[in-house]
Design a protein around this ligand. Structure first.
Ligand code: NAD
Ligand code: WQD
Length: 340
């Protein structure tokens, strides 16, 4: 049990809310800070229903250092889990400054307040996007990094800033978590992914086709050098991912010296788009109409994790398979056809 507070920045969002759940049921005290630019307070209300705990929430932008400062002054935070970021690759190509400002300047702003209050334990949301076109599969953390869009660039820039921060001051303990493809929803059907517009990611897109909100899925590319010609990804259940944050936080709390360390959070197993459609049809009992169309610009053929380091160092392993991801995504979709 922990009597200190953990600040969950971006905690009202998709991965944040699932992580709040895992931390709360493990006995952590949390405070959520979010500007609600891509989420709703309803996710926190539902978390309270699920856990029976009230959540202290502050509607604040991480770039507003004065307001963030006031929240730090009020609580003795032991650590921060930082999810706050914009995440659409396509939008980042159209509005790069918006992405650099929110994701990079926002993170710098947050780090400065953390430094001021001597809060030096951080779990950061990075992405497998930093591996660019993988040279080897499965991808280890030691693989070279490169990005081709402002979103990916913003994640890589923050990673580099964090490396320098930890190098300059050995008191910092930073777990840099590189997520593969988060998907699925909480088993209760009460919290899940709630995209504002037409989804970019395949999982919410398929869900909306299955429920009849969208007509059919366009499969981007059928001529990749993969098992069936379609793109292969490492879909990780959001509950497994959330448990990865719990493991990372426990690691930062227990390890004496860790500096900056990157961890892949993935299953290690690749699933093709056609395999995913099949699994979703099985889970939902619905037919998913689709067309194979041209490749999407910037997509890689295959991307899946070597999660050995997280297994060994964090004692964490993804447990839930693609069938369970689809069952839970479908329950969330059916129970919440218009989102929260
Ligand atoms: P999300 O949009 O659901 O959650 C992000 C949360 O941060 C939202 O609640 C949003 O309102 C908040 N936020 C954004 N900018 C903010 C700011 N300036 N100040 C305060 N709050 C702010 O997204 P998610 O899927 O939960 O992703 C969480 C993190 O994980 C993001 O940083 C994202 O880049 C990263 N990530 C996501 C995926 C994915 O596929 N979902 C994959 C890899 C990495
Ligand atoms: C998965 C597969 C598509 C949509 C993105 C970001 C990455 C990370 C996770 C944040 C691919 C195919 C997709 C569709 C399709 N986010 N697809 N039809 O591109 O692996 O990763 O989200 O960090 O940075 O780039 O995820 O869900 O968009 O695509 O055929 O309508 O589904 O080609 O093979 P991706 P995705």
């Amino acid at each position: 049990m922990n009597s200190e507070f953990v600040l969950i920045v971006g905690g009202a969002g998709y991965i944040g809310a699932h992580t709040c759940f895992e931390l709360l049921v493990s006995g952590y005290n949390i405070v959520v800070l979010d500007n609600l630019s891509n989420s709703q307070k309803e996710s926190l209300k539902r978390l309270s229903t699920l856990t029976g705990k009230e959540i202290d929430f502050y509607e604040v932008d991480i770039r507003d250092s004065r307001s963030v400062d006031l929240v730090f002054e009020k609580y003795g935070f032991s650590s921060v889990v930082h999810f706050a970021g914009l995440k659409s690759v396509g939008e980042s190509n159209s509005f790069p400054l918006k992405y650099y400002d929110n994701n990079v300047s926002g993170s710098i702003s947050l780090l400065k307040v953390m430094d001021k209050y001597n809060v030096k334990k951080l779990v950061f949301s990075s992405s497998a996007t930093v591996y660019g076109t993988p040279k080897e599969l499965p991808i280890p953390e030691t693989a070279p990094t490169s990005t081709i869009n402002p979103y990916g660039q913003s994640k890589l820039l923050v990673e580099k800033i964090l490396v320098d921060v930890a190098k300059a001051d050995p008191d910092w303990k930073i777990a840099n978590l590189r997520y593969f493809n988060p998907a699925g929803a909480h088993f209760s059907g009460l919290i899940g992914e709630d995209p504002k517009d037409i989804p970019n990611n395949i999982m919410p897109y398929i869900s909306q086709v299955a429920v009849g909100k969208l007509e059919k899925l366009s499969v981007f590319g059928g001529d990749y050098d993969t098992v069936d010609g379609t793109g292969v990804r490492d879909y990780i259940h959001v509950t497994d991912l959330a448990k990865g944050h719990l493991a990372a936080l426990n690691y930062l709390n227990s390890s004496q010296e860790c500096g900056f360390s990157s961890f892949n959070l993935g299953t290690g197993k690749g699933v093709s788009v056609l395999e995913l459609i099949n699994a979703f049809e099985k889970a939902s009992g619905k037919n998913i109409p689709f067309n194979i169309v041209a490749r999407r610009q910037g997509d890689v053929a295959a991307c899946y994790a070597d999660p050995t380091k997280a297994n060994k160092v964090l004692g964490w392993k993804a447990e839930l398979d693609i069938d369970r991801i689809c069952q839970d995504a479908w329950r969330w979709q059916v129970n919440n056809p218009t989102g929260y």
